[in-house]
Design a protein. Structure first.
Length: 133
């Protein structure tokens, strides 16, 4: 039990720092594709679905009504910084690597409500969810 208590404390602090759970206005929340679908389906006012893949990846198939900001573009950080921090976002990339970095940037910039799709669009498609050309 003595070893478990410090671990529980660390996990509790980590969950608090990451905004654990799916409550709104908590910063960044990692959600599976099916939860992201539910967030998009019951969209909070002004929700933006943000695809941070390259324009070529975006053109090959994307989530409906998504907006593309290329993670690899030289002005990526500036474009993210220019976004409204009070607007809710669902952010995704191909498998979650780029979106993890983007979500961390958004958290550091003080965005209120960001849902990062765990596993990216690959997970979305593997869950049987639709994409558009």
């Amino acid at each position: 039990m003595r070893r478990v208590a410090p671990l529980i404390a660390v996990l509790a602090l980590s969950a608090a720092a990451c905004g654990g759970g799916t409550d709104t206005a908590v910063g960044v929340v990692m959600v599976p594709a099916t939860e992201a679908r539910d967030v998009i389906g019951d969209a909070p006012d002004g929700l933006v679905v943000l695809d941070i893949r390259t324009p070529e990846e975006f053109a090959a198939g994307r989530l409906a009504d998504s907006v593309n900001i290329d993670f690899y573009a030289a002005d990526f950080a500036a474009r993210i910084e220019a976004l409204d921090r009070d607007t809710p976002y669902v952010v995704y990339c191909r498998t979650g690597n780029r979106s993890e970095s983007a979500a961390a940037l958004m958290r550091d910039l003080g965005f209120d409500e960001v849902y990062e799709i765990e596993g990216g669009i690959v997970s979305w498609v593997e869950s049987g969810l639709p994409i558009v050309p």
